[in-house]
Structure formats: C-alpha cells, structure tokens
Design a protein around this ligand. Sequence first.
Ligand SMILES: Nc1ncnc2c1ncn2[C@@H]1O[C@H](COP(=O)(O)OP(=O)(O)OP(=O)(O)O)[C@@H](O)[C@H]1O
Ligand SMILES: [Mg+2]
Length: 243
Amino acid sequence: MKKLSIFVAKGGTGKTTTAVNLGAGLAERGKRVVLVDADPQGCISSYFNIEPTGGLAELLLGEQIKLVRLRNNFVVMTSGGTRLWDVSGKLSQLSDRYRQVGKAFVRLRDCDYIIFDCAPSFDVLTYNVLNYADNVLIPISMDYLSALSAVDTVNAIRNFKGSGNCSVLGILPTFYDKRTRMSRIILRMIKDHFGKLVTETIIRTNTQINEAPSSGSTIFEHAPYSYGAADYLNLVDEMETRL
Ligand SMILES: Nc1ncnc2c1ncn2[C@@H]1O[C@H](COP(=O)(O)OP(=O)(O)OP(=O)(O)O)[C@@H](O)[C@H]1O
Ligand SMILES: [Mg+2]
C-alpha cells in the first residue's frame, strides 16, 4: 500500500485537481485507490457533489465513517466538512498529536494507494498526514510566490521531526503556459533549484480541467482528448514509475 500526500503551503496551485485526476487515473488502471480529503474546505466533496459527513473528522473522533465509492476501484473518504477544523484543534492538545492519522488508518488495508489532498497550511492535520504518508507530491503553479512556497515547504518537510519518514517525491509544475515569459522563467528557476525532483510531467493551464468539477467529472471523463487529460495521464505514468 502506497501512501501519497499532495501538499504545498500555498493555496490554489492544483492540489485537489491533481489528487482527483491522479487517483482516477490510477483507478482506471485497476489500482484500488482511496482518496482522502484532508482539507476542512472539503473540496473533494464539492468536486464530486457528495455529502462531506462520515469522513476523516469522524474517523479521528472514533465515530462511524462512510467511504463513498465514486468509480470502479476509486473510493473517497470525505473531510467531515468544517468539523475537521474542530478536530484539528483537539489534536493539537494531545501529547502524541502528530500520530493520530497514522493510528486511525491502521485498519485501512484493502487498497493499493491512499492519496491525501491536504490543506495549504502547515497545521497539525497536515503534519499528521506527512507523518503517516511515505511521499509527498508538491504541485506548484508558475508564479513567483508559489515557487518560494515550494522551497519553504520542502525545507519544512525535511526539518519535520515526526516519527514518520515522508520524502519529497516530486515537484509538479502546474498552470504552465508556454506563451508567458513567467511560466518559462519559473520552470527554469525550479529546475535549477530542485533538479531531478521536478517531475517530467508538466500540467498546462487548460480550460477543460477548470470545467470538469462543475459536472463532477474527472478530466478523463470530461474531456478525454484534451491536453489536460494527456498531461494527467503522463503524471499517472510517471507516478507509477516513481512510487
Ligand atoms: N491546469 C489547470 N488549468 C486550468 N485550471 C485549473 C488547472 N488546475 C486547477 N485548475 C482550477 O484552478 C482552481 C484551483 O485548483 P485546485 O482547487 O486544484 O487548487 P488547490 O491547490 O487544491 O487549492 P487550495 O489550496 O484552495 O486547496 C480550481 O478551480 C481548478 O479547477
Ligand atoms: Mg485543494
């Protein structure tokens, strides 16, 4: 079972989009995927238009949970909605505050991949996920502040003294537009800084990716011949090799 978190401490860089489409792509290849919404914003529920209750918040509280089967091999654990904020607050008061997700997931066995969609902040919940996951994929959009945030995020992950062993699997460039100078400059900058950590896959800015959540579809369902679908298929290939 491979445990992957999708995280960067910067909002709006394509984390949820990547978690959804990477999860869906792996599931289409016959891998059993559990997608966990670890963000109290509950964007995975919004994406697929499902009730956020009975999810991660409830699991952490020891209550009944309800995994939602989205597609073949593709199951979602919702966030539990805004309850997850309160649960996060409670976790901070515990002495082993960073091990609660690990403890709660101990019985989850029947899957090939667990993918966590994290909130864009270094809070106790994110540290829990990083503590439990083996790897983190860092999507960064092609702007200066995102690039700086990627540097801070990688440093913070490496300095995190949790009991786990989460490594940075890759830095994924998102919202790339070859027509803009900024995209080219930022891509160059992150390749110079991070070297081989930058994925071969580049996710281009694509209208169909932006449209897909409005119909609760993955990019492969919404626009299978779009370059958004092609880019996410490349990511699935690359992650199968890297993971
Ligand atoms: N490659 C892309 N091309 C066009 N639009 C995109 C692309 N990737 C994501 N989007 C859109 O950009 C918005 C932000 O994406 P997303 O929600 O995945 O970011 P996020 O990093 O999860 O944000 P947050 O930090 O708030 O959780 C969404 O409306 C999404 O549909
Ligand atoms: Mg998100």
